[in-house]
Each structure stands twice: as C-alpha cells, then as structure tokens.
Design a protein around this ligand. Sequence first.
Ligand code: C2O
Ligand code: CU
Length: 601
Amino acid sequence: MKNLQPLIYVLLLSVLCLAEARIRHYRWEVKYEFKSPDCYRKLVITINGRSPGPTIRAQQGDTVIVDLKNSLLTENVAIHWHGIRQIGSPWADGTEGVSQCPILPGDTFRYMFVVDRVKNTKSVILLTTSLFSEFVDFYASMFLFEFVIINAGTYLYHAHYGMQREAGLYGSIRVALPTGEAEPFSYDYDRSIILNDWYHKSTYEQAAGLSSIPFVWVGDPQSLLIQGRGRFNCSTPGIATGFCNATNPECSPYVFTVVPGKTYRLRIGSLTALAALSFEIEGHNMTVVEADGHYVEPFVVNNLFIYSGETYSVLITANQDPSRNYWTVTKMVSRNNTTPNGLAIFNYYPNHPTKSPPTVPPSGPFWNDIEARVNQSLAIKSHPNYIHPVPQTSDRVIILLNTQNRINGSVKWSINNVSFTLPHTPYLVSLKENLLHTFEQAPPPDVINGYDNYDINAVAPNVNATSSNSLYRLKFNTTVDIILQNANTLNVNNSETHPWHLHGHDFWVVGYGRGKFNVSEDPKRYNLVNPIMKNTVPVHPYGWTALRFIADNPGVWAFHCHIESHFFMGMGAVFEEGIDKVANLPSSIMGCGDSKRFVKP
Ligand code: C2O
Ligand code: CU
C-alpha cells in the first residue's frame, strides 16, 4: 500500500493546484558529444543531444517534472533554474555546495516544480513538500527537484557545478501567463534565443589555468554563439586539420524567419562565460518590454546591452524592405577583445533563409562606451501597471566592495577582502542539520574595514585577501540593501563590468552611480517609486549598484558574479534566511561531505 502513496499525492496535487494546471514531464539525458557549434569540433555537454538544451515551456500553474539522467560517465552535474525563486523548495535550486551535493554519474535526478500563481503558493508548498519526501523514500536513488514558479516570463537553466556551464549545458525556460490573462503589450509570434560566448579549450584546462601559479587567464572567447551557432574562421593559423569545417551544418548561422508586417516577441537570454554583449538587428528597432521576468516601462533601443544571466523580451516589427534579409549581430563589449562578432540572419519570408544580406553587418557600439551601457541600465523601470511597491526603508545595509586580489600567489576576486570558496557539505544541509563545523562560522563583514578611505580608482596598496566559505545570515523577513561597489583591478586604469545574480529572490534595483558610494547622500537619490525587479544586474566599471530585497524565502541562496571564471575565482557570497522554516530536506540532495550521515539506507 505504501507504494501507492506517491501516486495519491500526485493526484491530489494536480486536483488541488489549479483547474487548468497540467504536468509537463521532461526526460533529459546529459552527456558529452562532439559538436561544432562554431565549426570547430570539441566536446560539448548536451541534453538529449542538443546544446542549447530543450526549452522548458510552461504556463503559470503547471507542474514541471524533469528526470535528469547523468550520462557523463566520470563527471558530476547539477542544474540551476536561473530566475526561479524556489519558494518553499530551496533544495531544488540546483546549486552544488549550496543547495545540494552533485549528481553522480549514472544517477537519475528528478527535478519537479509547480508553475503557480501567487495566491495558491501556500497550499502547493505544503503538498509538494510531502510529495517530495515520499518520492525520495520510494525511489531511494532518484534525485527529485520540485519547485514553484511565481511569475510568467523568461528564465534560464544551466549547470551550476565548477565551470561546467560553459561546456554547453544550458537552455531557456519560458513561462506563459494563465489562460485569459493578457500581457501589457501585443505581438504575433513568440521566439527565444540564448546568446553565449564560446571557448575551444575545455573547462578543465581553463579552470586549471585560473588556479595555477603563475595565473593563466582564460582570454577572449573564440566566438560568440546565437542560439548555439557561431562561426570561427577555420583558416586561422595553427588549427589542426580535421578540427574545423566551415561547411558543417552545425555552424550554419541561426535564422530568425519573419513574415513581413508581423510583430515578434523575441526573448533574449545571455549565458556568456565572460562577455558582456550588445545585440542588434540591422535596420530594426527593438522595444524592450520585459526584463528578468518583470514587465518594464517600454523603451526603444537600437541595440540591446545584455549581461550574463539577464533575460529581456523585445518586440520587433518586420517593417523593413521585405525583398532582402538583414543581419543580426552580437558583439562583445566592456573589455577590449579579439572576439569576432556573432552573426545570424533576420530572414524575411519568403526569401531564402541563407541568402546573405546585401550589406556589411553593422559594427555595433564601441567596446568602451560605458555611458551607453549605464544609460540603458538607468532606462529600465517597472511598467506602471505592474509595480511591486518597494519598502521605503531597509533594516540592514551591506556594502560589498568588489576587488581583485592576490592570495598566496594566485589571482582571486574578493568581496570585502574575502574570496569566496564553496564548502564540501552543502550549506543547506549543514545549517538545517546543525553541522556547523563544515564551514567557517565568523560571517564576512557588512562593510570592509577602512571603507571610507579606500580609493576605488587606484590599485590597492595592499592587494592581499583571505579565502573563506563563511556566509551572511539574514534575519527572516527583514529588508536588506546590498551596495555592490566596483573598484580598480590589479592593473592600473582598469575596472570591469560584473553581472551579479541572486538566487531565490528578485530584488529591486534602486540605484546606479559612478565612483564611490556615499553612504549618507546616495540613498537619498534611490528610485523608490518604480524600480524594476530583477535577478541579475550589472555593476559598471568604477561604479556602484544598489539593490533592495526582502529576506522572506527560507533557504540558503548564492549571490555571485555570473562570469563563470570570476565566480570560480571567488567572486560570490551566500545568504541564509529562515533556515528554521525550511521543511525536511530530501536525502537525494545529500551524500557528500558530512551530509553522508543523513542518507537513509
Ligand atoms: Cu545563473 Cu548562480 O547562476
Ligand atoms: Cu565578475
């Protein structure tokens, strides 16, 4: 009889959720395959043979189940659902070291989540929690992920283990409104693309370089991919024969076919390892309508700047000369670089999809035009009819100074002089089960010692820092301000752009500024009227970005620079809130470090 229980829960769940709720069941197999996304053949991590992986399409209220089989043979895996807040299911966040142990080769992990409306959240959480533990008991070795999506919008998923994401393990999540609810804009068709940068060296070679002495930087990406397709110049000297084939269909450009006169919603996500990007469609304006799952007050751009971890929806009307095709261009900005622009074809039906546009592709903005990028950041405001009122005051202010440092001869990134390292036992298990010896207990500082005198415009006189896996503990339900303060790197006259991503929350972006944040003056200029909510936000060179969020999601949440190599070099932090309110953890997330003792036989 016990064996029927999970089934009964599933039935109950689907009946009680929502009348229109459906179950979306995905079966994914993750493995290495040879692929040539930019014509150059290398090992790529695929999902069901594809990279980018399948798009998850759901409607608010749907239950999504992903059965993930790890067929990497000798490599662990974990997948993070980027932008999904995991309310009531912090164990399903997919973040190795924070929310779970990695999934071992040969194991199958069941990811399951409910795409729901806010008003039904509570009942669903209770039900799915019991459902979860039942399944875990029942399927012993099966890895079950289960979570609730609150907002319609555009999200992403990607590996969250080591630097695995840039091996190709990523895709999009598209959540539609419930039937009968309308968006505050209209369009004829809906499309999703992911922008990415692409390296020919393996993630292992890159990771080894980053942690070796002397330090070996990953360098510029070899190409930029638009929906998994790019073009490396196969006649580049030094390419071994047989590795690069310019006529391989895998690297034929992505084609975006449009019918003249129609309007398209294009959902654009960036999951670059390093590059900040500009994206444009020759001769066509784009109206920005969504950012990270929130409606924005529409504004028109020629080119869109997009940072790793961000998503946008833009509207494009096919209103140009329909007798020809146009270029779609993505360009690496913010760092001086050698990476060629990525190209795709904006194809007017019925022209042949591969017919080359008669023009030279637009060359895009200058890489160092910081002002244009800051201006776009400032232009993103909440849509007037969808404002989530921001708390007018905060309970705690944490100023995070981003610096590049040296620790024992290695180059690292630090936050308040602490370079972040992940613990071996996931925090979620350690904190919930009181295994407090598994990570350093002294919390990192809310503001660095000597912040007032720190010169962000110069190389620090003392570039030493320490490594630590300590975390910030937030009081449940309090309002927290985070000031991300950028600074000069180890090189004179150099400061970089860092896209910071917060797990488990959307935050209000209350301000951006140049130079050093002034604790008494700058908060007076915060936008507390119509700030956009996002989950990823850039910190511009020599500038600061101020965020506000409510620590109301019980769990342990990573907050980090979304540049893969920067997080690897320590550019991150972790927040805990309301750990006592987290329901019993499924043993499927355990099995590594000290969490081994909780795995039931
Ligand atoms: Cu999209 Cu922690 O990452
Ligand atoms: Cu960074």
